[in-house]
Structures are given as C-alpha cells and as structure tokens.
Design a protein around this ligand. Sequence first.
Ligand code: KG4
Ligand code: ZN
Length: 390
Amino acid sequence: MNILAFESSCDETAAAVVCRDDNGSFTIKSNIIASQAKTHALYGGVVPEIAGRAHIEAIYGVAEAALREAGCAPSDIDLVAVANHPGLIGALLVGVNFAKAFAVSNGIPLVAVNHVYGHIAATYLGTGDNTVKSCAKSDEDSSAKNSAESETEGAAKSDVPRPPFIALACSGGHTAIYLVSDYTDIREIGGTRDDAIGESFDKIGRMIGIPYPAGAGFDALAKEGFIKVTGDSENFYKKFRSSPFYKSRVMALPSPALSDGSLDFSFSGLKTAAINLLHRYEQRGEELPRAEFAAAYTYEAVEAVAKKLTEALERYPGCDLVCAGGVAANSHLRARLSEVVRRRGVKLYLPPLSLCGDNAAMIAAQGYYEYESGHVSGAELNASALDTGI
Ligand code: KG4
Ligand code: ZN
C-alpha cells in the first residue's frame, strides 16, 4: 500500500510517499521537506501569517517532488494522509485542502492524522535500511531536504515499538506523556501546563544569541558547558551534578517537574527563573558564561523529563518507552533516557535524527493505522488548531 502524506502544521511544508509492505514494515520512498526556518529566523520565531502563505507557495512543488522521487503516479497511491491538528490553523488548512483535493479528484481514501501522534509514529518507520531515493527539491530558502537520507541512530528497522508503550512527544509546541494502548488508542497521562520544552529552548536560546530554532545550537552549547564544568569530554553529564559549579548554585534553576504527584511539567517556571538570572548578570554588568548557563538549563530540563518518564514507567510496568518530536534530537536527552530504560530493563525507541522534526513520512505511518481503524474522512474534513481536534 502506497501512502501519500502531507504535513504543514507549523513552518515545514512536507510531503512523503511511504509504502506499507506486505511483511508489515514501512519503506520511505520519498520524504520531502521545505523548511521556512530561515524566513522565520528574521523575526525570532514563527509568524503564522507568513507560514500560511509560504505553505501555499511550496505545497504543489513539494507534493510533485514526493511523487516523482518515489517513482509514483497519482494512480499508484492507495491512501492520502494529512496532519489536520493541532498546529497553526492557517498553516494546517493548506495541507488539508491540498490533500482533500488530491484524494477526492483521484478517488483515493483520505485519513486525518493528529500531528503529535504522527511524531510518535516516526518510530514505526525504524531506521537504517529504509529505502529512500535522493530527492532534494528547490524551495524558497533552498533548505528543502530529503530528511531520510542521513539515518544515523535509533532502533533498527525491524525493531519498532509495539503498543502498549509510554511515549513522550516533545517539540516546539508540545511536551506530553502518552499511554499508547494501541496504535490509535492514545491517552495523555501528563504534560506541560504552560510552555513546551522546545519553545523554552527557543526563547531562552534567543536571549543568549542563538538564532531560531535554537534547539540544536543550545544542545551544542550545553555540551561545551558540561565539558568546561566537569573537565571530562566523555562522562560530562553524569559528573555535572557532583561538580563544584553545580553545588555552588551560582546558576541554580528550578526543576520544571511538578511535585504534586502528577506527570506534569511547568517549563514556563524554568524559563522565567532563567530570564531573571540573565537579568541579574546584565544588571551587575557581568559577562554571562553562556556555555555553563546552557548546560545548567539543559540539565534541569532533561532531568525533569527523565524523572516524569521514570514515574510513568513505574505506573505502567512492562511498557517500553518512545521519545519523539523535534526535541528528541537533543543529545543529552537521548543519552539520559537510554539510562532510564537500562535501569528498568525496558526498551527505548527514538526516531533517527532526520525524523525527529516535522516531516510527512511520520504522518503516513500514523495514517496507515488510522485507516486500519476505519477512521476515513471525506471532503468535509477540516483543520483545527486544538490538541483535541474539532
Ligand atoms: O517537532 P518539531 O520539528 O516542530 C514542532 O512540532 O514544534 O520541533 C521543533 C522544536 C524546536 O523548538 C527546536 O528548537 C527543537 O525542536 N529542537 C531541539 C533540538 N533540535 C530541534 N531541541 C533541543 N535539542 C535539539 N537538538
Ligand atoms: Zn511537530
């Protein structure tokens, strides 16, 4: 079964063709992403109106490239999947309307996909030997890329998570813990009460001079800080807590893990404390040790996630762990979660770095299971900005 999928919830216009093979695995035939990140970087974050317009300009070319690179004609497509919530409404509508038009005019079934569930489904695509043909396409800022070309790590293709499992979806817009009882039976059991973890990296990163999206730059700067503080280029994360720097509390920041027995976070609390700390440096006219600050911030964020996921795994014994979304690319988080599962004797599934951020291949994977569950939509399909859909 060939699935053509679309993703346009934020600042990436993406289309992919994914084949669900008879042996039950997925093969990515094409995975085209036209990123608007450079455009939004000028404003320090995503401007919704600009995003919507850029999606309109990009979507036809992205869809055409996805079909061409997959070697598929419209008649080869058996299912169309589209992310219809949550996200920026003006952005989502572009993908939804394009997908509807394509499905209806070609007489192909259409399924709607929750973008966040799509992130989780990125792990069903596995890594390694997924067959992907080279398919860079030209777009407005030339950063379109075939995101599945550079598979480096994650579970092997044959080793994919099977429900029930616990999943953390962590991205620019979401930080939520789910109990995935079945592929389409997904219940939120914890999450942020305010800012998302990625949003907090982006905002604090911007304040210390890292351009949007700041996540990857923050990750690298934190590594530099961990190494400076511990003097160890290998075991820096483990040694950070016992370092004189950490113990001195010169950059003490609160944990975003709420201590009320829930599986919830408040990243806005951590963010506000960090902003106050930055202001204090400014008021004293002292130069901020940026790398050490990034390390201290990352440490609190990652420890909070590790703590709540440990609690979730305790509540649901025997469940494996999935961590997905843009922030799942964070090297410190990836390493720390490996330790969490090792201690509990369960498995950790992480998408390859190339499938952590927004892409349409993950929408295809979840779309397959929505179709299997009979969740087919018609031409009346709408988009919604809300987590709950319409
Ligand atoms: O999933 P995604 O591409 O889009 C949303 O659905 O929001 O996630 C984007 C987020 C951004 O906040 C970005 O800064 C963050 O993922 N991110 C990272 C890393 N790479 C991307 N955050 C921390 N460490 C990274 N290495
Ligand atoms: Zn996303």
